[in-house]
Ligand binder design. Structure first.
Ligand SMILES: Cc1cc2nc3c(=O)[nH]c(=O)nc-3n(C[C@H](O)[C@H](O)[C@H](O)COP(=O)(O)O)c2cc1C
Length: 324
């Protein structure tokens, strides 16, 4: 058993948090992770308040275990305020805030008695999360999949642990197996967040070709580029960019953000470019991080939790041999 300040705070068995990953991280994934003893998380980007409400209700029906809801807090995030209101109205016990100014939402959820996890990408954000009373700080390093900042995970996580004064810190970015979990715990973190690893799970509702590319990746073919966001009808905060597996689409548009944004704007529908079957190559943004190097098999999410914990336990026991 890996007993940490995180497991005790959240009432979970294992110090593993499944990242909220847009609408593809739905109830099936969150329930599988929570039932296996980790913290499952519902994603909300690209969803609507009605669908998120149904997903929260379904998750509550399917598991009695703790789970979280991921809410993105940057200004242009679609339905940002409606989703915050919804989570408050539904008394969601755990929320994960990320990206942009999380301060006002953090204050509201704290006042409502929720447990608030805040994902941060730089030291100023970490200080703000701690000052605002975050219950858990998620230190996200640049090798993470999806949207991420520009600090390397190792030094950034160590820095946040040192400033946190006992508040649980979890490591996000680059953790794909028990080695990452063991390393995080050894440096004083209370657990880890895994996104890419859970994207390659049976319960993640994503495209088979994208999962196959993650399984085949050796970790050197990911690309963090502002152009990856140019097809979306909203603007991400300036301190983050999206990391994807390099696809023909990502390679073609690398560094050509303004040009791609202008092209996307020629479509009448907000997401029109994503649906354009005549585009060559078609849009294919396979959000994933460098931890793709550490996985070659799609697995049930519960098995990912179990394998990661077992591997970390073995490694942590073997650490005694380096102490003399
Ligand atoms: C496919 C994918 C989608 C993501 N979507 C979100 C999201 O909706 N909200 C969020 O806060 N983070 C999102 N992230 C980032 C994760 O929260 C997390 O920081 C990251 O996955 C950790 O790095 P890893 O991918 O190496 O495990 C996403 C990551 C991936 C891989």
């Amino acid at each position: 058993m890996l007993n940490t300040t995180l497991t005790r705070l959240l009432g979970i068995e294992h110090p593993i948090i499944q990242a909220g990953m847009a609408a593809e991280a739905g109830p099936d994934l969150a329930v599988a992770v929570s039932d296996a003893g980790g913290l499952g998380t519902l994603g909300t980007i690209a969803s609507t308040p009605d669908r998120v409400e149904a997903a929260i209700a379904r998750t509550r029906d399917l598991t009695g275990r703790p789970f979280s809801v991921n809410l993105v807090t940057f200004e242009t995030a679609p339905f940002r305020d409606e989703l915050i209101d919804l989570a408050l109205r539904m008394n969601v016990p755990n929320v994960t805030l990320s990206f942009g100014d999380f301060g006002p939402a953090l204050a509201r959820f704290k006042a409502a008695g929720a447990t608030v996890l805040v994902q941060v990408q730089d030291a100023a954000q970490a200080r703000a999360a701690l000052a605002g009373g975050a219950d858990v700080v998620m230190a996200q390093g640049a090798e993470a999949g999806g949207h991420t900042g520009q600090r390397g995970t190792l030094s950034f996580a160590a820095q946040v642990i040192e400033m946190a004064d006992g508040v649980p810190v979890v490591v996000a970015g680059g953790v794909g197996n028990g080695r990452g979990l063991a390393a995080a715990l050894a440096m004083g973190a209370a657990g880890v967040v895994m996104g890419t690893r859970f994207k390659l799970s049976h319960e993640y509702a994503g495209r088979a070709d994208q999962k196959a590319a993650i399984a085949a990746s050796d970790g050197s073919d990911t690309l963090a580029d502002l152009a990856n966001d140019a097809v979306l009808p909203f603007t991400w905060p300036a301190n983050v960019r999206g990391r994807v597996i390099r696809t023909p689409f990502a390679s073609l548009w690398e560094g050509r953000t303004d040009e791609l944004r202008a092209k996307a704007a020629t479509y009448a529908q907000p997401y029109g470019i994503l649906l354009d079957a005549t585009l060559d190559p078609p849009v294919n943004l396979n959000w994933a991080g460098e931890s793709a190097a550490l996985m070659s098999e799609e697995l049930p999410a519960g098995e990912i939790v179990q394998r990661t914990v077992a591997e970390a336990e073995t490694l942590l026991r073997s650490l005694n041999s380096v102490l003399h």
